[in-house]
Design a binder for this molecule. Structure first.
Ligand SMILES: Cc1cc2nc3c(=O)[nH]c(=O)nc-3n(C[C@H](O)[C@H](O)[C@H](O)COP(=O)(O)O)c2cc1C
Length: 202
């Protein structure tokens, strides 16, 4: 399986990093791109400085990952920019309101929005893990537009019924749903119904 992972400038970079770290251990090929704003948010949220021009996966993930191929967000010659490249699914995580708006309106002005445009036109799986609150009517209309065009909008909404104890547990409640949508088997969280009975609310 070949998966495009893009990170844009919304809060929620730990979701993107966790997804990449898990995919790095799986028999999949990952094509990765980060927007300029994603690098800025990474510096704030993860205290990591990513040089987009001289990217190295170790500086992002703290480890090597042979199956991750990186492409600069302005490199429109990357495979993901063309429908003829056989890539199976694309996940934008986190997806900013800005990227959502450009994708909803067909503004393919960088590699990430162009790739999303390609996935829509080729009717391939496109997952937008959006993060913004509250939502304006503009955001909501853009979500409707991309949904009508075939994308899946999956707001980064962690759940609490898996009784997360750490930040990582909380992140995994979102990542598990992304894996479900990608059709990737994972056991990072116990499925509802497989866990112990939860005490009824008083
Ligand atoms: C620390 C930080 C956090 C941000 N969080 C969000 C957010 O949660 N959602 C969002 O839509 N934009 C957020 N932004 C604003 C976007 O980064 C900005 O709109 C940017 O132009 C998006 O560009 P991109 O979509 O090309 O990455 C944030 C910016 C910074 C610096």
């Amino acid at each position: 399986m070949k998966i495009v992972v893009a990170m844009t400038g919304a809060s929620g970079t730990p979701y993107g990093l966790r997804l990449l770290r898990l995919l790095a251990r799986m028999p999949v090929e990952v094509h990765l791109s980060l927007s300029e704003s994603a690098a800025k948010v990474l510096a704030v949220e993860e205290e990591v400085n990513v040089d987009l021009a001289r990217f190295d996966v170790v500086s992002l993930l703290g480890d090597t990952a042979e199956n991750i191929r990186y492409y600069h967000y302005k490199d429109l010659t990357a495979p993901m920019a063309s429908g003829s490249a056989k890539l199976d699914a694309m996940v934008i995580v986190p997806c900013s309101g800005g990227s959502l708006g450009r994708i909803a309106n067909g503004v393919s002005d960088d590699l990430i929005t162009r790739a999303a445009d390609v996935f829509l036109k080729e009717r391939r799986k496109l997952i937008l893990v959006t993060r913004e609150t509250p939502l304006s009517l503009v955001h909501l209309r853009n979500m409707v537009a991309v949904t009508e065009a075939g994308a899946l909008v999956m707001p980064a909404s962690p759940n609490f019924y898996h009784l997360p104890k750490t930040k990582e547990d909380l992140i995994d409640t979102v990542i598990a749903r992304i894996f479900d949508q990608l059709g990737i088997q994972s056991s990072i969280i116990r499925r509802w119904g497989e866990q112990r009975e939860v005490e009824p609310f008083p």
